[in-house]
Design a protein around this ligand. Structure first.
Ligand code: GDP
Length: 418
């Protein structure tokens, strides 16, 4: 049976137990490859200790994080009764921000880990803020290290009372909060006897009950990014990657921002002729009467056409060695397009720790800042709202030494409209 897939991003302050919890989920769900388990068994024989098996697994995970070994255990999917979960692991805080904003992976839900020992800290709030900004609507909280708090109800309540107003302010209304110990395996896969005051379900039962996989991109309007255009005898072949929707032979499509229109007379994938293609497919389109379409353009149908924008508002996070001021021109990469965009106005600087606007219309944004900016492209450009088309609603800013910033689009203002 094919279980629905869920991509789960695990977030929270450093040392609150994210890797331990991931290890526990993989271990208790029997997701670890046979070969790895045999290594564990061998070590276990030497030590003769039940606790050791799990500790050994954690050591292996730790090594993989540091060394980036070829078998990426952290990415091993694990099964529950209802879902196939894949963890999006973000070992460090910087990696987290980069991975999420550059769209290396698309999360359906987030699991926020808070240590009962240390309590709520800066990255707890900061990560919650970032996932909200990224439009991740499903959030589950694990209050970890309950063993270090003597499994006491009072400490759990205290954390809930501090956390709930923060999450509510981010519009996470009634998030499920589960007390557990990742290290001891209490209330992760198996329910615990240690917290009789807790009447809710274990973490995995809670995930199964509350999380849903995101709507399939197949049901959305067509958007595809042109990667290349070449001539084959008398025909033009447009190589493009489909992001959302279905592309069908015999349909009229638009290419924007050039504004061209053409009839799709053939679709090829891996050298074979096909009639239709969907999200994730890279295809060659044979389109008649095409003159100018080139790399960077967006393919859509006339009835729901890609937007060419006059300006757009984005939330942007600056990584390193970059400062942004009003009037600066940045090189923005979105889909396969690269465009120069002017910083029309820096609207706000946002404090991602206290979750407040800490400056209106600031002069400058610096490395590490998060800001809201009004951009205007210097050439015609297609870009979409992140909430509608995530793939065309996020962008990175190219600096002299690679990616300098990344952002997501909150609002677009169509060209020609007031
Ligand atoms: P990460 O930085 O969030 O990935 O945190 P780690 O998983 O590396 O854990 C940090 C430390 O907390 C390690 O020493 C873990 O052994 C410890 N730890 C994690 N979970 C628990 C738990 O449930 N109980 C206790 N007592 N310690 C834990």
């Amino acid at each position: 049976m094919n279980l629905p897939r869920i991509n789960l991003v695990v977030i929270g302050h450093k040392d609150h137990g994210k890797s331990t919890l991931i290890g526990r989920l993989l271990y208790d769900s029997n997701a670890i490859p046979e070969q790895k388990l045999q290594e564990v068994e061998a070590e276990l024989k030497k030590a003769g200790d039940e606790g050791f098996r799990f500790a050994f697994l954690l050591d292996t995970l730790e090594e993989e994080r540091r060394g980036g070994l070829t078998i990426d255990i952290m990415q091993t999917p694990f099964k529950s009764k209802k879902h196939l979960y894949t963890i999006i692991d973000c070992p460090g805080h910087r990696e987290f921000i980069k991975k999420m904003f550059t769209g290396a992976s698309q999360a359906d839900a987030a699991l926020l880990v808070v240590s009962a020992k240390e309590g709520i800290q800066d990255q707890t709030k900061q990560h919650a803020f970032l996932i909200r900004t990224l439009g991740i609507e499903q959030l589950i909280v694990a209050v970890n290290k309950m063993d270090e708090a003597n499994y006491e109800a009072a400490r759990f309540k205290e954390i809930c009372n501090e956390l709930l107003p923060i999450l509510n302010s981010l519009d996470y209304r009634v998030p499920a909060i589960v007390p557990l110990s990742a290290l001891k395996g209490e209330n992760v896969f198996n329910r615990t006897q240690k917290m009789p005051w807790y009447r809710g379900s274990s973490l995995i039962e809670t995930l199964d009950r509350t999380v849903r996989s995101s709507a399939s991109p197949i049901d959305k309007p067509l958007r595809a990014c042109v990667q290349d255009v070449y001539k084959l005898e008398s025909k033009k072949v447009v190589v493009c990657k489909i992001l959302t929707g279905i592309l069908e032979e015999g349909e009229i499509v638009n290419f924007d921002p050039s504004g061209e229109e053409g009839l799709v007379t053939g679709i090829e994938m891996f050298g074979k002729e096909i009639e239709r293609a969907g999200p994730g497919d890279s295809v060659g389109l044979i389109v008649n009467k095409l003159r100018e379409a080139k790399r960077g353009e967006v393919v859509s149908y006339p009835q729901n056409r890609a937007k060419v924008v006059r300006s757009f508002v984005a939330e942007m996070v600056l990584f390193s060695n970059i400062e942004v001021r009003n009037g600066d021109v940045l090189i923005i990469r979105c889909g396969t397009a690269e465009n120069k965009c002017k910083v029309q106005k820096i609207l706000e600087r946002i404090d991602p720790i206290n979750l407040t606007v800490n400056a209106k219309s600031p002069e400058v944004l610096k490395s590490g800042d998060v800001g809201k900016i009004l951009f205007s492209p210097l050439q015609p450009m297609c870009i979409e709202k992140y909430s509608e088309f995530p793939e065309l609603g996020r962008f990175v800013v190219e600096g002299k030494r690679g990616t300098a910033a990344a952002g997501i689009v909150l609002e677009t203002h169509a060209a020609g409209a007031e």
